[in-house]
Write a protein that binds this ligand. Structure first.
Ligand SMILES: C[S@@+](CC[C@H](N)C(=O)[O-])C[C@H]1O[C@@H](n2cnc3c(N)ncnc32)[C@H](O)[C@@H]1O
Length: 264
């Protein structure tokens, strides 16, 4: 059975066998953070030790799926990112820690600590020869900056026209309930973030794998950006919603080019 452009309604640790080794260009993993959230299962309700053991287990299974020039992005919170980053560093090269500032509004907040408003995204690669296309994710300079740079030393500078590197601190609002992009999932990630990861780290005709699909943001972004995909979601309801989301977003991309197959 082929895995390309298919999503599977199953535990990713069981389903991983469908994916050959060294077949994947990019893994985007947004696992449970061990915060006790309700995903309709107990996946976010493990004790610390059990959570770390489980994380190391799925990492050991999925890292070998990456090609030699492949990349892994893993979303985590500050609580367990130190242990997990240290673990992955034994197997891969760490390129960045991206801080995602969720732009949480200031409304009271914690009284015995600083309110936490960011996620930690680890960027790891298999070798120094990794694929990375900065030109696809450059941010255009606004007219004001361009105007400020009219001094002769800046004239003809290519970087001013190309735009700038998004850097490693991303201030992008989480998806609010009233927004059109919003799906019925507690930890849906903004498409803007996943688009940036795919555009930078998945070559044309490459394939992205997401072991923890949730609302299917990675799939929507993969189709939108013309790359192949595969992935897993354990919760049947979320899985059905991913299919609906793909259909509802079909105006955004050439839906007919893609086949969706679901299996248990
Ligand atoms: C943090 S959410 C992913 C959110 C996703 N990135 C999005 O934008 O919607 C984690 C998801 O992993 C799913 N999950 C938990 N354990 C799993 C497992 N062993 N295999 C597959 N999916 C799992 C949960 O049901 C949940 O939907």
């Amino acid at each position: 059975m082929t895995y390309k452009n298919k999503i599977f309604n199953e535990n990713c640790l069981d389903g991983a066998i469908k994916i050959p080794e060294k077949a994947i260009d990019l893994i985007i993993a947004d696992p449970p953070y061990c915060l006790g959230k309700d995903y309709g299962n107990n996946s976010d309700k493990m004790q610390s030790e059990e959570y770390l053991r489980w994380t190391y287990k799925w990492l050991d299974i999925f890292i070998p799926k990456l090609k030699e020039d492949g990349s892994l992005y893993i979303f985590l919170s500050w609580r367990y990112s130190p242990e997990i980053f240290t673990y992955i560093k034994k197997k891969m090269l760490m390129i960045n820690e991206i801080i995602w500032d969720r732009r949480v509004p200031s409304m009271g907040g914690s009284t015995r600590k600083f309110s936490s408003v960011h996620d930690n995204i680890g960027f790891f690669v298999n070798s120094k020869n990794y694929y990375f296309n900065l030109d696809k994710i450059r941010i255009p300079y606004d007219e004001e900056v361009k105007k400020a740079r009219t001094r002769t030393i800046f004239i003809g500078k290519k970087w001013l026209e190309l735009g700038y590197n998004p850097k490693d601190l991303w201030s992008i609002s989480r998806i609010h309930r009233q927004e059109k992009e919003r799906e019925n999932h507690p930890t849906q990630k903004p498409l803007e973030i996943i688009d940036r990861l795919i555009l930078a780290s998945c070559p044309d005709n490459g394939i992205v794998l997401d072991p923890f699909l949730g609302s299917g943001t990675t799939i929507i972004s993969a189709i939108k950006n013309n790359v192949n995909y595969c992935g897993f979601e354990i919760n049947e309801k979320y899985f059905e919603n991913i299919e609906k989301r793909i259909k509802n977003n079909s105006n955004m991309f050439n839906f007919n080019n893609f086949e969706i197959e679901c299996s248990l």
